[in-house]
Design a binder for this molecule. Sequence first.
Ligand SMILES: Nc1ncnc2c1ncn2[C@@H]1O[C@H](COP(=O)(O)OP(=O)(O)OP(=O)(O)O)[C@@H](O)[C@H]1O
Ligand SMILES: O=C(O)C1=C[C@@H](O)[C@@H](O)[C@H](O)C1
Ligand SMILES: [Mg+2]
Length: 178
Amino acid sequence: MTSLYLVGYRGCGKTTVARLLGDRLGWPAFDADELLEQQAGQTIREIFALEGEAGFRDRESQVVRELTAREPIVVSWGGGVILREENRTALRTSGHIVWLRARAETLIKRIEQDPTTGARRPNLTAGGGIEEVKQLLAVREPIYAALANLIVDVDDNAPPAIAQHIAAWLVTQQEGRQ
Ligand SMILES: Nc1ncnc2c1ncn2[C@@H]1O[C@H](COP(=O)(O)OP(=O)(O)OP(=O)(O)O)[C@@H](O)[C@H]1O
Ligand SMILES: O=C(O)C1=C[C@@H](O)[C@@H](O)[C@H](O)C1
Ligand SMILES: [Mg+2]
């Protein structure tokens, strides 16, 4: 059975919603960033410092190969997983892809409020902050949009309602495949 994949920018709620969906569907839920950090024995910030972004992206593609071989599971992917064509192909061919879409203002608020990930994630541009979010969204939103089978706006809804919406949509997809 096909997996369920959550994509979107940092702070959009992928990890939170993936856990709810895993419980609801009875499927194992994996967080790609957490798995990568466990395998490396280092934080993402440390990996960027030692190996650069290219080293991190190679590790991320390795996690993509591992997780896309396991179905059905729920995965919250790292925000930049959509940047490489090989990753996009692997996701597309093994799962339903849901983009949790949010405004830059929503994302920066959630990123800054979240004490668990901030210290573990490096800035991706010199300035960081909301300018970084806007700059990267300009590049990435068209990629998320082209890849997603479902787009969910998450600015004004709580995680349980978002999970409920996705679960109901998934049923329609599974019925369509029978
Ligand atoms: N729909 C929501 N409404 C309000 N707050 C939310 C919502 N979804 C997530 N949050 C909060 O925003 C923060 C980031 O959520 P979460 O870690 O699930 O996002 P993420 O997409 O996995 O981020 P990252 O890419 O950094 O791992 C957390 O503090 C979480 O509680
Ligand atoms: O947006 C990105 O490129 C990233 C998002 C995070 O989930 C991590 O995968 C890492 O910090 C890179
Ligand atoms: Mg997460």
